[in-house]
Structures are given as C-alpha cells and as structure tokens.
Design a protein around this ligand. Structure first.
Ligand code: ZN
Length: 73
C-alpha cells in the first residue's frame, strides 16, 4: 500500500496531506482538497511501502536450531 503525499503550494499555507492509497495509480488520480485553504491538491509524491519482515519468519521457531534433539543418540 503506497503512501501518497499531497502538497499545497499556496504561499503561507503549504499544508502537507498524507494518505494511504490502495494503489499508486489511485493515489495519483485522487484530488484532495486542502484542509486549510480549499485548493485542490494533486499528488506530489507516492512512496511504495517497504516490504515488512514476514511475521511467520520472525515468529516461527527455526527448524534444526537450538533445542532440537535427535532421538536414539
Ligand atoms: Zn492550502
């Protein structure tokens, strides 16, 4: 989910609005009204979300690691 940043270029306003968008295309097409001066803001920047570490990898115990016992030896 990309984070879209909308900037107001009105002098003295310069509000920055951040919105999480389902897709970058949707964020670019979205027109956000400035909460302060009402000017329609165009998407100034779209950042793709950095892939977070997989929780399954972090939470699952490592196989073959500490604590493993071989029966019979
Ligand atoms: Zn504004």
């Amino acid at each position: 989910m990309p984070l879209c940043v909308y900037l107001c270029y009105t002098p003295g306003c310069q509000v920055k609005v951040e919105r999480w968008m389902p897709t970058a295309e949707e964020g670019a097409a979205e027109k956000i009204p400035c909460p302060r001066c009402g000017v329609t803001l165009a998407c100034a920047w779209t950042g793709s979300q950095v892939k977070t570490p997989d929780l399954r990898d972090a939470g699952a115990p490592a196989t073959g690691g500490v604590g493993e016992r071989r029966p019979g030896s």
